[in-house]
Design a protein around this ligand. Sequence first.
Ligand code: DX5
Ligand code: ZN
Length: 228
Amino acid sequence: MSAERSQVYAARRVAPSILSADFSRLGAQVDEVLAAGARVIHVDIMDGHFVPEITIGPLVAGSIADRVHAAGGAIDVHLMVERPAAQFEDFARAGADSITFHVEAEPHAHRALGAIRELGCLAGVAINPGTSVEAVRELDRVADIVLCMTVNPGWGGQSFIPTSANKVKRLRDAAPDATIGVDGGIDVETAGAVADAGARMFVAGSAVFGAADPAEAYRAIAAAAGAE
Ligand code: DX5
Ligand code: ZN
C-alpha cells in the first residue's frame, strides 16, 4: 500500500458501506461518495455460514478498486466469513488496503493479523456485540484496526446497540494503539456518542446509500462524527 493510502486511515473517517448501495450502478454510487469526500470505502463480505446472508467477493471489490484508488481512497474489506485467512490473498490481489476478520471466526488471530500485514494491507480484527473487549487486549500493536460491531453482523439497516459507546471506551483502553472502528446503525444521531468515546472510523451503510442524496448524507454523518 502506498504511503498516501496508509495516511487515509490516520484521519477520522466515515466509511460508506456499499452493502446498501444500488449494485446495478455501483461505480456511480461509489463516485458520489468519493466526490463528497469519502476516502475509505467499506466492503462487506458474507459467506452464508458465519452470518446467514451471502454477499460479494473479490471480483466486486476489485471492480471498484481502481476508481477508489484514483481518488486517493482506500478499500476496507470486512470479512464476515468462516476460515477468513484462506481469503486474505485474493482480497489483497483485488486491491484491498485493509482487511478485517472476526476474532470469533479465527482461533489464530495473532498469526492472521501478521499474514494480512505481510500482504501489504492494514490488519483489522472485528468483535461481535457479545464478545468481550478482552478478546483483543493481546492484539494491540498487532492489529491496526479494531472494529467494534455496534449491531450483530449480517444485515444492513439494523438499530445501533446503545451500550456500544461504553464498549468503545473500554476498547480504547484494551487496544490503545489501534484505530477503533464502529460498524452498524451509524447515522447522524449515533455517530457523536461513539466519536466522543474514541471511535475513529465510522462505517455507515443504509444511512448513506439509503438516503435520497448519498453525498449529502455522507457529509452530515461526517460532521456529526467530527470526521474529514
Ligand atoms: C453489517 C455490516 C455493516 C453494514 C452496516 O453486518 O458489517 O457494514 O453495512 O449497515 P448499516 O450502516 O445500515 O447498519
Ligand atoms: Zn461491515
